[in-house]
Design a protein around this ligand. Sequence first.
Ligand SMILES: Cc1cc2nc3c(=O)[nH]c(=O)nc-3n(C[C@H](O)[C@H](O)[C@H](O)COP(=O)(O)OP(=O)(O)OC[C@H]3O[C@@H](n4cnc5c(N)ncnc54)[C@H](O)[C@@H]3O)c2cc1C
Length: 395
Amino acid sequence: MNARRAMPDIAIAGGGMIGAACALALARNGFEVVLVEAREPAQWRAEDPEDLRVIALAPSSAKVLDQLGVWKPVSARRVAPYARMHVWDAESGGELHFDAVSEGRAELGWIVENKLLQWTLWQALDQTGVRRVCPGEVRDFEVRTDRVSLELSEGEPLSARMLVIADGAKSTLRDKAGIQTRGRDYAQRAVVAHVATEKPHEAAAWQRFLPGGPIALLPLRDGRSSIVWSMPEPEAQRMLALDDAAFCGAVGFATDYRLGRITETTPRASFPLRLQLAHTYTSERCVLLGDAAHAVHPLAGQGANLGLRDVTELVAVLSEARDGGRDFAARHVLQRYARRRRSADTLDAWSFDALARAFAWRASPLVVLRGFGMRAVDALTPLKRKLVEHAAGRG
Ligand SMILES: Cc1cc2nc3c(=O)[nH]c(=O)nc-3n(C[C@H](O)[C@H](O)[C@H](O)COP(=O)(O)OP(=O)(O)OC[C@H]3O[C@@H](n4cnc5c(N)ncnc54)[C@H](O)[C@@H]3O)c2cc1C
């Protein structure tokens, strides 16, 4: 066994979509990587029902995945492009409309199943030299002068020159790295389900802001829509307990019947919502990535998109240091990644939070102001273009 094999360059804890994308990108850039994932990724099969968890993927993310060679297999399997987005406010009547064609694009983004994306990334890892420890959990780690030593739930401990912490929003390894977070608990849950609607979704994403939180209807390839409905915790429990007919009625009413009545629903699932931003994205020989670094409100559909931007930045910074003959795990190198990504993510995370707060205003002068603001933005083509560019990951 040679020295490189004895100690990989980089260990990644967490093989969700962001950790797996990072493993693939690092391997494609010549790093020797070991990926430790607690749960065996579920196999995606075309004949299975669509995963209840979907994400809206921005064009910048599709480009990253394309460079990794996974966008073609993902898009050939099952994704739904959306070319328009309609946002409206239940209280003020303000509306905003985005159209890909007027922005010179074919689409604004794609709705992709989480399970499909993670599984395709894991399949692509088969073609690389990435060693996978799965199922396996990183229980603890110790930073030494030239390496990080990981204690695993099973088997021998392993060491690498640095550790990428990608173990999700409830990251325990972030705490072990001594990194704190700030943010707030929204005391809300996002209720998700796939529903059939009376009218076609017209390849558009629809989002209505209600006083309790936004409800989105995202287009699926088979003509149904995926709903993401954020609401206060007790209300979410009530929605989860409704029978299908009552739930369909509630969704139809909440979406103002823009797609007509809701005629069918799948079983529902729900996720707690919190804003959580790590104070720093690095500690000695470690970096945070994806939801371990930032968890944001799903109203802008950006969590995974931000995570993929972390991946791009990290791989660029590490490759540049290594190619320049420097230690890629040196503190100042990791800090470069951390500074760049944290400032970009902070701006986005607090903007999404500000939007969530603004749409929760109930006092009538503020509601009028909000409606005025929405109409003004809708009329301002250059500003709308800027918003689309930013959501697409190009600004
Ligand atoms: C309702 C909802 C809607 C959303 N919609 C969108 C959207 O439209 N667009 C968008 O971009 N984003 C969206 N997001 C956000 C997106 O889902 C997340 O940003 C993304 O899934 C985070 O991926 P991750 O790999 O960082 O974390 P995770 O998916 O949480 O993966 C972490 C992985 O680490 C593993 N793990 C944990 N601990 C350990 C350990 N100690 N050792 C080894 N492995 C470990 C876990 O098993 C898991 O596989 C949404 C989120 C929610 C809740």
